[in-house]
Design a binder for this molecule. Structure first.
Ligand code: ATR
Length: 273
């Protein structure tokens, strides 16, 4: 049977096996999908062993995405732009192809929630790996403006400079932000420490859409905060997780699974509904 898995550390709580097993059942593909948690300095070796032993493809998650970028034979254009790899496929001619489906997953999830990206004013919080992966796919949707705000302003400036050939992207400090955004995307890892990005509550209005790339069984700290300040449309990153997986599955198997039912089952599994 064709073998796939996700590399991460820690990875025990990954939902990827659950999601891909449902995709395989739905599309009647014969495959198995597991987990691998190599020591931080043993990822390269573990990856090599997996493919030497017949593995067909894998996902890569924190903290290995940047390392995976350097280990594959060939990069897709979107992986090159993201500077990170979350999906690897062994091609029929034996080439390890590195891809990145995170940004496509974000955009697909935003669209499935009915968010209009064309001509919209987007505020992206954070300038780390997650923000970098989101930039090209967001700019491809032709927003009228995309502002990056980050605690360390220089990193936001650097990202804006790197992506400004793709669209109207600029960097502002949290203090500079004006009340004019249609969509705020939180790509920071602040909530992992139970913190909030230092956003002024005045930026939140009833017509704004709020997206947090994080998710949990209950509202993330950022989503609770935004609701408290009047945001009516809030979305967490669970849908992005399923959509990036669907995109990876399509890369591997050449068949696109449906995501709605799988997202519903995942929510049930997490106790969200
Ligand atoms: P990831 O790959 O998940 O993006 P990362 O590359 O470590 O992780 O980036 C984390 C991002 O969250 C950074 O933009 C970080 O801001 P700094 O560049 O200033 O470190 C941001 N971040 C983390 N904790 C934060 C907090 N408490 N408030 C605001 N931003 C925070």
């Amino acid at each position: 049977m064709d073998r796939y898995l996700v590399f991460g550390h820690p990875v025990r709580h990954s939902k990827s096996p659950f999601i891909h097993t449902l995709f395989a059942r739905q599309t009647q593909q014969e495959l198995e999908y597991g987990l691998a948690e190599p020591a931080i300095d043993e990822f390269a070796h573990a990856l090599q062993v997996f493919f030497a032993q017949g593995g067909k493809g894998c996902n890569v998650t924190v903290p290995f995405k940047e390392q995976a970028f350097t280990l594959v034979d060939r990069l897709s254009p979107r992986a090159k732009r993201a500077g990170a790899v979350n999906t690897i496929k062994l091609t029929d001619d034996g080439v390890l192809l590195g891809d990145n489906t995170d940004g496509a997953g974000l955009v697909a999830d935003l669209k499935s929630h009915g968010v209009t990206l064309a001509d919209s004013r987007i505020l992206l919080l954070g300038a780390g790996g997650a923000a970098r992966g989101a930039l090209a796919p967001l700019l491809a949707e032709l927003p009228s403006e995309l502002v990056i705000a980050n605690r360390t302003h220089a990193k936001a400036q650097q990202l804006a400079a790197e992506f400004c050939d793709l669209g109207p992207v600029t960097a502002q400090t949290y203090e500079q932000l004006a009340v004019s955004f249609d969509l705020v995307i939180n790509s920071t890892s602040a909530s992992l420490q139970g913190e909030l990005p230092p956003l002024a509550p005045a930026l939140i209005h009833t017509d704004i859409a709020i997206y947090d790339m994080m998710y949990g069984a209950s509202d993330t700290a950022f989503i609770s905060w935004a609701k408290q300040h009047g945001a009516r449309q809030t979305m967490d990153g669970l849908g992005m997780l399923v959509e990036q997986a669907a995109e990876a599955f399509t890369v591997w198997r050449g068949i696109r699974p449906g995501t709605k039912q799988v997202l519903r089952e995942l929510k049930r599994n997490l106790g969200v509904i």
